[in-house]
Ligand binder design. Structure first.
Ligand code: PMP
Length: 404
């Protein structure tokens, strides 16, 4: 499909800001949504709206069937062995909190948790909280000078027999890609449980749970052309089955009396309360959308766009790029030398260009790079070379205004 036709499927892209056509380079924060996702959610509310798993009536049966069909879809999307290994959460953050809470009983003061220095706060703070509850120790896996994980240091840390290893698949700031399969294998050989944060990977790469072989893999719907408010916790059945539920209440029980309560089996055990039904259905439409894209061509085009962004920024001059490698995925991090990232972002916005500025919920990474923050331009399936040219042109005028 031509890019113009593809872009036309994303209504939010067709707007102007202060007279400038929107140039959306903030897909890593949240992607725009195709019409098919918007329609799936609207249709659900218009025709099927009912709670799931509960009532005897037809609307509820339809709603439950649609909701559960998305579980099958996600199972196929990530190649999980069983549909019960797919838990619907409200996002990556909740998914990691569920895992960290669920491991309360498994850690003690001798336990070590290894965490990627470049991790998002969602993949740091829940582990710190778990450490506080159990006496375990969190150790950061350092980055090498090239901004990637220092694999030698990682091996030395893995030799300390950690209980948990929590890493990015793709960094939300730098776009660097961790060799997750090899890192998981090393962690497993040392007896650790592994969690891979795939929030920035799933929109750009096919992920296969049998290949990566991690215990937990988590991601959010809204970064993969789906709605906000829904995310996925994939877990190996045996691991999920022994997690203490973070939320308790309706849906997740088998028997309740004032003498005690028994819990339901997976997946319900970890899905307390009314789920985000419309959002799950929207996520199903987003998966269909991704599945219908020509996979190899899309990945190649996105890789070219990231490289184009990197080289155009380099050619502009006066720019510091962070961890810019050929095989980075989705995002490019930079600063305009001598200028505050926030000023750059605000001035770009005045020309219709949307990028993200700040610490990107990755303060330890900022400390490691010895900066307070940076700008990030990120791409999606709808990003064009013209978007990047417009961004560079706008940045050039910002540079002229601030520096020249
Ligand atoms: N991890 C990564 C790598 C992310 O990019 C994000 C979102 N910026 C999160 C976790 C948190 O995702 P959410 O806010 O959807 O829970």
């Amino acid at each position: 499909m031509q890019l113009l036709a593809l872009r036309a499927q994303f209504p939010a892209l067709e707007q102007t800001l202060d007279g400038y056509p929107l140039c959306y380079l903030d897909t890593a924060a949240t992607s725009q949504k195709p019409q098919s996702v918007l329609d799936a959610m609207a249709d659900f509310y218009r025709y099927d709206n009912a709670n799931v798993h509960r009532a005897a009536h037809q609307l509820s049966a339809r709603s439950t069937a649609k909701y559960e069909a998305v579980r099958d879809k996600v199972q196929a999307f990530v190649n999980a062995q069983r549909r019960e290994e797919i838990i619907f959460t409200h996002g990556t953050t909740e998914a990691i909190n569920q895992v960290a809470w669920g491991l309360n009983q498994k850690l003690d003061s001798n336990s070590v948790i290894l965490v990627d220095t470049a991790a998002h706060h969602a993949n740091i703070v829940p582990w710190q909280q778990l450490a506080q509850r159990t006496g375990a120790k969190v150790i950061a896996i350092p980055l090498a000078d090239d901004g990637r994980i220092d694999q030698q240091a990682y091996q030395a840390l893995v030799a300390q027999s950690p209980s948990i290893v929590a890493i990015n698949h793709v960094s939300n700031v730098l776009g660097t890609v961790n060799p997750v399969q090899a890192m998981v294998a090393q962690a497993k050989a040392a007896g650790a449980l592994t969690l891979v944060d795939g929030a920035q990977a799933v929109a750009h790469k096919r992920v296969d749970m049998q290949e990566i072989d991690c215990d937990f893999y988590v991601f959010s719907g809204h970064k993969m052309y789906g709605p906000t408010g829904v995310g996925i916790l994939y877990g190996r059945y045996q691991q999920l089955d022994t997690l203490t539920p973070l939320l308790t209440g309706g849906e997740m029980i088998e028997q309740v009396s004032f003498d005690g309560t028994s819990f339901n089996t997976l997946p319900n055990r970890l899905e307390a309360g009314t789920p985000a039904i419309a959002e799950v259905i929207g996520l199903g439409a987003a998966i269909d959308y991704i599945a219908n894209l020509p996979q190899a061509a899309t990945q190649k085009r996105e890789a070219e766009l990231v490289n184009y962004l990197q080289t155009q920024l380099q050619q502009l001059g006066g720019i510091t790029l962070y961890a810019a490698h050929n095989d980075n995925c989705g995002a490019v991090a930079f600063n305009l030398n001598g200028e505050h990232h926030q000023d750059v972002g605000i001035l770009l916005d005045q020309q219709g260009v949307a990028i993200r500025c700040g610490h990107h919920c990755a303060m330890p990474l900022m400390h490691s790079l010895q900066i307070s923050g940076c700008c990030r331009a990120s791409i999606g399936v709808y990003t064009s070379h013209e978007d990047i040219d417009r961004f560079i042109e706008a940045l050039s005028s910002v540079k002229a205004m601030l520096i020249d």
